[in-house]
Design a protein around this ligand. Structure first.
Ligand code: AQP
Length: 331
């Protein structure tokens, strides 16, 4: 029996951070052993935000290297640059015609992002349709995402069901895979908002490429709450609870074991240990990353293999869709 397919992606729109690691990359690393895996760098999605072209170009390659350094193994998984496979945007147009404005108006990520930018472009608005196309093209069974992306995945499912009902079975209806661990890591300075890689305030995030000194500094400066007890309470102690959550995701120690361990200890003791845990995770990722970035041929080979596979696989779906909606095939 053929393996089930998982697909996920990250947009190269800032510095990959431990939110992305715990909510996405760490899950991918585990899942790739069990599933046929496709991991995208969704560079077209990144255009919804103002970009400096030379920086975007470097970041796209840097993301591929960071995927591999975080354990995504190109022998097990396909790593694909979204813009290398034109079927993504082709299918998106068709799906646009099956998506209602009312659905897009309800997307909370659009509402949040458009609050913080003057550049409210149509791409930002139709972003979830491109994401639906990314997923449905490959007939993905399972989509690992952080909790923040669940609404987008539900829209992809609704579009797939709508299309299938109208034209007969065409798309696999994908299921979300949301890990309980690390599915929503919050900002270090503002624990009411999620940690986001494109946050301009770098003190809000731990980037995967931060050095140990910077990590210590950011964790020491992170917002904690009044009181001195180290206990998990999202309402009364959102800042501390976020740090405990990160500790828990990295050490895999249950939350109550962590609380017991720090009875009678200071916030600063806890923060020191948390910094050490993060440094222990990121040190090997950093050295692996440097090695990979020094071998650009290796990076381009990974992308070539990914796009060859992705073109073949996605074209099958796209041809089926074009035929079903009534478009004439080119001879
Ligand atoms: N704070 C988070 N905690 C857990 N998981 C997270 N993810 C993002 N932030 C957290 C997961 O990482 C993947 C990134 O997907 P994306 O780049 O397409 O979109 P995003 O959700 O908009 O991510 P960011 O980091 O907030 O990026 P920017 O700042 O560029 O918009 C997804 O699986 C997401 O769930």
């Amino acid at each position: 029996m053929s393996k089930k397919i998982i697909l996920s992606g990250i947009q190269p729109s800032g510095n990959l951070c431990i939110g992305n690691y715990l909510g996405a990359l760490k899950q991918w690393e585990n899942l790739q052993n069990e599933y046929e895996s496709i991991f995208l760098v969704v560079d077209l999605h990144a255009l919804t935000i103002d970009q400096i072209p030379s920086e975007l170009r470097n970041r796209c390659l840097s993301f591929v290297a960071q995927y591999v350094a975080c354990g995504i193994n190109p022998d097990k998984s396909k790593i694909v640059m979204q813009s290398h496979v034109s079927s993504h945007t082709e299918l998106m147009w068709v799906l646009n015609c099956f998506t209602y404005m009312g659905e897009l108006n309800r997307m909370t990520q659009f509402k949040d992002k458009s609050k913080n930018t003057k550049n409210i472009n149509a791409g930002l608005y139709t972003y979830p349709v491109l994401m639906a196309s990314d997923i449905l093209l490959y007939q993905a069974d399972l989509v690992p995402v952080g909790a923040d992306q669940k609404q987008h995945l539900e829209l992809a499912r609704d579009i797939a069901i709508r299309f299938n009902n109208k034209y007969s079975e065409t798309f696999k209806v994908p299921e979300p895979y949301i890990s309980k661990n690390g599915s929503r890591i919050m900002s270090l300075q503002n624990p009411e908002s999620k940690m986001s890689k494109s946050d301009k305030n770098l003190n809000n995030i731990i980037s995967l490429l931060d050095d140990p000194k910077t990590i210590k500094k950011k964790i020491n400066k992170s917002v904690t709450d009044s009181g001195s007890e180290i206990i998990y309470d999202e309402i009364k102690k959102p800042g501390l609870s976020n740090l405990i959550s990160i500790y828990h995701s990295l050490s895999l120690e249950p939350i109550n074991t962590i609380e017991e361990k720090y009875v009678g200890k200071l916030y600063s003791d806890f923060k020191n240990d948390l910094s050490d845990l993060i440094i222990e995770l990121l040190n090997p990722i950093n050295s692996e990353y440097q090695k990979i970035m020094d071998d650009k041929n290796y990076l381009f080979d990974i992308l070539k293999e990914g796009s060859d596979y992705a073109r073949y696989k996605s074209n099958k779906t796209l041809s089926k869709v074009y035929r079903k909606v009534g478009l004439v095939k080119n001879k």
